[in-house]
Write a protein that binds this ligand. Structure first.
Ligand SMILES: [Zn+2]
Length: 127
């Protein structure tokens, strides 16, 4: 059976972490141990996840906030709901306005409810 098709969803099952993902998870947990107080965007229910599709390792809390390491610093990681871009919310080169809208999408048109809905449905049709 094809392993990739079996395990295409992000998982918190450590036995499913491939390659160097476990090492990344260790670094992530170490950073969480030392930077927990500063990582105020993370709340309860924090788990470490591995995405077999993108090979990404990240922390994920019960409010769906994500965190990844940027140069061994724990930072909020976001996925734009409109274009699917990924990036750090704060950083040397901020690409995100908040954890759901990237800077590019925010600059194209004002964030009205109608716009977001239209773009989201457009994205769904494409997928
Ligand atoms: Zn975007």
């Amino acid at each position: 059976m094809n392993k990739i098709f079996q395990n295409s969803q992000p998982t918190s099952d450590l036995s499913k972490f491939e390659g160097l993902a476990l090492e990344e998870a260790i670094d992530l947990l170490k950073a969480y141990m030392f930077q927990k107080r500063r990582a105020t965007f993370l709340h309860d229910g924090v788990r470490v996840y591995f995405d077999p599709r993108t090979k990404e390792v990240f922390l994920f809390d019960h409010r769906a906030k994500r965190a990844k390491l940027e140069y061994s610093e724990l930072k909020q990681w976001a996925i734009c709901l409109q274009c699917g871009a990924k990036g750090f919310v704060e950083g040397d080169e901020p690409r995100f306005m908040n954890d759901t809208t990237c800077a590019a999408c925010a600059s194209i048109e004002p964030q009205t409810r109608r716009t977001s809905k239209r773009l989201l449905s457009h994205q769904k049709r494409k997928a």
